[in-house]
Design a binder for this molecule. Structure first.
Ligand code: AGP
Length: 372
């Protein structure tokens, strides 16, 4: 009913709008005023976490994209080797797991069969499993050694939005907690990240306030067949997520690429007027990557692509090559997906509506996939 949707036409729109609160709720009580993390609910003893020599993340779909970003955060902040794997592939490749492996299973519903089977396999091999989950008492947390709940509230739309942002928050918390427990020597960088993470809900809100041009752009592209998404570093999983949203909602051919791979094949796809969304890393921080992606934008534009550029406020280098420029607030590099994903969600939702598709219940899809 309209009341359930809180005045929005679709659950997806409501859930997109709820993201600042979902993010704040997931952070609540987990970072104290001094910047240290209290995750007592993660009932894996510190002594066990100190011995972990590898982290393996398993998940599907959107949760998998959160896991790809988590890998970058975990390795950068803790220096523990981490891999992220599609849960549906995991147990079929004889993965190397033992008592010192921490497996993180990410699932909104807590009922995804592929993820459940992956975590069962991991536990059989002696690994410890930590679930990141949005559904209290669901199967995945029940079968895990510990759980960190995301507090997104119920997500009804099949296309995941607020669950994704809260999965990212939970992943950052796990990464920082691992570093804290293990006494990782951090410089000022991580202190600043913790402070910015504590306030990030405001940045998500600021993005939501500026989405009207993105909606207008989406409507203008309703008759296109293909949209490509490019990113690097954390922007690559964001590109994959933008493409997944467009596939499931708009039923369009959408693909995400690591921008550095363009020249190894995908650049052959670029033709006149092809919409290409580019997620640009911060010009501060990893500025080498920023400069490389600016050349990628130049290259595709020279071949006629219509460039839709998502870039930090104040990034002037992209301006000459952006047919459409979407500004996002400046954040530390690793946190950028929390703001960069939001325009892609809005874009996909509006394109789906413009194409007359059922936004909350896309064809052929179920909210939770309980078969392998
Ligand atoms: C996302 O928009 C999807 N509908 C889908 O990829 C989903 O994220 C995936 O099936 C995993 O679900 P889960 O988080 O409930 O395990």
């Amino acid at each position: 009913s309209a009341a359930e949707k809180g005045g929005y036409d679709y659950f997806m729109l409501k859930e997109i709008a709820e993201q600042p609160k979902a993010v704040a709720d997931t952070l609540l009580g987990r970072i104290d005023a001094s910047g240290s993390l209290t995750l007592d609910e993660v009932r894996i003893p510190a002594s066990v976490l100190r011995e972990v020599d590898k982290v393996v993340i398993v998940a599907c779909g959107t949760a998998y994209h959160a896991g790809l970003i988590a890998k970058l955060a975990i390795e950068h902040w803790t220096r523990i080797p981490c891999e992220t794997e599609l849960a549906s592939e995991f147990r079929y490749r004889d993965p190397i797991l033992d008592q010192r492996t921490l497996v993180v299973a990410i699932s909104q519903s807590g009922e995804t069969m592929d993820t459940l089977m992956a975590l069962r396999h991991a536990r059989e091999q002696g690994a410890k499993v930590l679930a990141i989950c949005n559904t209290n008492g669901s199967t995945i947390p029940r079968e895990s050694d510990a759980v960190l709940y995301t507090h997104a509230g119920p997500e009804v739309a099949v296309a995941s939005t607020k669950a994704f942002l809260t999965q990212l928050v939970a992943c950052y918390l796990v990464a920082l907690y691992l570093g804290q427990v293990r006494g990782t020597k951090w410089g000022d960088e991580v202190g600043a990240v913790v402070r910015e993470l504590s306030d990030i809900a405001g940045a998500v809100d600021a993005v939501l306030e500026t989405m009207e041009p993105v909606r207008a752009l989406a409507r203008s592209l309703a008759d296109k067949n293909t949209v490509l998404f490019l990113g690097r570093h954390v922007g690559y999983p964001v590109a994959l997520e933008g493409a997944l949203k467009l596939k499931e909602l708009a039923y369009m051919h959408a693909e995400g690429f690591a921008a550095g791979e363009l020249k190894h094949g995908p650049i052959a796809l670029i033709e006149k007027d092809l919409p290409v969304v580019v997620v640009v890393p911060s010009p501060r921080g990893r500025s080498v990557l920023h400069d490389k992606i600016v050349s990628n934008i130049q290259e595709i534009r020279a071949r006629g692509a219509r460039t839709i550029v998502i870039a930090e406020e104040g990034d002037q280098a992209v301006v000459p090559y952006a047919d459409h420029l979407v500004r996002i607030p400046a954040t530390p590099t690793l946190l950028q997906p929390l703001v960069a994903t939001v325009p892609l969600q809005v874009f996909a939702c509006e394109l789906a509506t413009a194409r007359g598709n059922e936004v909350d219940q896309p064809r052929n899809l179920a909210k939770s996939v309980t078969v392998e």
